[in-house]
Design a protein around this ligand. Structure first.
Ligand code: 5GP
Ligand code: ZN
Length: 137
């Protein structure tokens, strides 16, 4: 895709610090890291959001995830890792090419997660579970 910054990175038109390159996947250092060692794992093909990816391609890209997470842990010595993937502007996706953030974490680091957990009332959880199962079938 011509005007996609990550497609340009894959093509080599924009320089990046590449850490992994396979037939289906590409990974590179995030230019605005939430922590040193923050990497992005992306499909070589352009898909805006993860739901648009063929399952086989998603499997090929995510097949690289365990080794990449391990390598980031080894290289940075971090104590934990967040894997984060945003879909859509409302979910804070700024670059419209699927990407998985691999973010090193350490005790008392700068990044905190706001997770205002809600709760279901009545049969709402079961109803939504039913709707999701139907949508999957
Ligand atoms: P999003 O908010 O879309 O999930 O995250 C996009 C990420 O891409 C951000 O963390 C941002 O720092 C990173 N990013 C944006 N442009 C570039 C770039 O040109 N090079 C690299 N290496 N990372 C980028
Ligand atoms: Zn792209």
């Amino acid at each position: 895709m011509d005007d996609c910054i990550f497609c340009k990175i894959i093509a080599g038109d924009i320089p990046s610090e590449c850490v992994l390159s396979t037939e289906a996947a590409f990974a590179f250092m995030d230019i605005g890291p939430l922590a040193a060692g923050h990497c992005l794992l992306i499909p070589r093909s352009h898909y805006e959001t993860v739901d648009q990816m063929p399952a086989e391609e998603a499997a090929a890209v995510l097949g690289e995830l365990p080794a990449l997470v391990k390598a980031v842990q080894t290289a940075t010595g971090c104590k934990g890792v967040n894997v984060l993937q945003n879909n859509g502007r409302v979910a804070n996706q700024l670059v419209p090419h699927v990407h998985f953030h691999i973010i090193p974490r350490n005790p008392n680091d700068a990044w905190s997660f706001n997770w205002p957990a809600g709760e279901y009332t009545g049969d709402h959880m079961a109803e939504l579970g039913d709707a999701i199962r139907k949508a999957l079938s």
